[in-house]
Ligand binder design. Structure first.
Ligand code: SAM
Length: 290
């Protein structure tokens, strides 16, 4: 198809990744909601083929159609890597999709989710109710506060797993990508504990991934491993999450038998997908070795 001379822009949502010289478009039926919260600009659209779409400060957060890949990969690999995850914290994650997946694990005794913006959760309850279906689980505690400050106050060695399900490193999410934050995460994790954080696109954001990994190491973490998975509505359609462990055990071994015999439904995650996601392509390994 050639360049369209005339395009009806009013029927398309566009996210431009200017630095990459590319963009994503989703055809929309209409805008369902918009508001400026105390922290960010929130929009909800109804798209033609991806269901409801949540956008924060112009960036796609999630769609009904493809969020399962992201939420399953932000949770099940790290929870099946830890020997016995009991105490979990989610920083960000206000749409509650990661929370729902964490609560599927019966080893988990408690999950504290700390999102700075309560409005994200309220909009998710309204427009993505299936993601919020476990919010009343007695093991879940939802706090609306700055995750950076919360982590500073967390008692030493009190957590087994920390999931940083944040916006990009701009706005309120910026301070979730630096050494000071990782130092606090390291302190708050028990020995063997694991942090996982969404780490943007392996194709577009190698420098950011490298500097995140360096900051994690400088924050004290002993082992690092980046996972990859597809995410059609994020820039380049290819996304990553980086795990960092306190302690010597590697991150390539996981409870494969438990993952294979899991007693809950998944749509993307499986033991085989987990093993495949750990394999990183040569260009990525070369860039990380620089
Ligand atoms: N999966 C999404 C992505 O990568 O685009 C992230 C989704 S989740 C909605 C991101 C959440 O991070 C938002 O709800 C935002 O309010 C929250 N957030 C940003 N900065 C934060 C901070 N400093 N403390 C706690 N939550 C924060």
């Amino acid at each position: 198809m050639g360049i369209e001379e005339k395009q009806d822009d009013s029927r398309w949502f566009t996210e431009r990744a200017d630095e990459a010289g590319m963009g994503l478009q989703l055809r929309i039926r209409g805008k369902l909601h918009e508001e400026q919260s105390d922290f960010q600009f929130l929009e909800i659209y109804e798209t033609e083929s991806f269901g409801h779409l949540m956008v924060i400060d112009g960036f796609v957060m999630l769609t009904e159609r493809d969020n399962f890949v992201y939420h399953e990969m932000m949770t099940h690999p790290v929870l099946f890597t830890h020997a016995r995850p009991r105490q979990v914290a989610i920083i960000g994650g206000g749409d509650c999709g990661s929370l729902r997946e964490v609560l599927r694990h019966d080893t988990v005794d408690s999950v504290t989710q700390v999102d700075i913006d309560e409005r994200v959760t309220r909009l998710s309850e309204q427009y993505f109710p299936e993601l919020c279906e476990s919010n009343n689980d007695p093991r879940a505690r939802l706090l609306f506060d700055d995750g950076i400050e919360w982590m500073r106050q967390a008692p030493d060695a009190s957590l087994d797993v920390i999931i940083v399900d944040s916006t990009d490193p701009v706005g309120p999410g910026e301070g979730l990508f630096n050494r000071a934050f990782y130092t606090q995460c390291y302190r708050a994790l028990a020995d063997g504990g694991i942090l996982i954080q969404q780490s943007e696109s392996p194709l577009l954001h190698l420098d950011l991934i490298q500097s995140m990994r360096e900051a994690m190491s400088n924050g004290g973490f002993d082992q690092l491993h980046t996972l990859q998975f597809p995410q059609p509505t994020y820039p380049s359609g290819w996304w990553s999450a980086t795990m960092a462990r306190k302690g010597d055990q590697g991150l390539e071994q996981f409870r494969r038998g438990d993952a294979a015999k899991r007693r809950f439904p998944t749509r993307y995650y499986s033991a085989e997908v987990h093993a495949g996601a750990l394999a990183m392509p040569p260009f990525f390994c070369q860039a990380m070795a620089r």
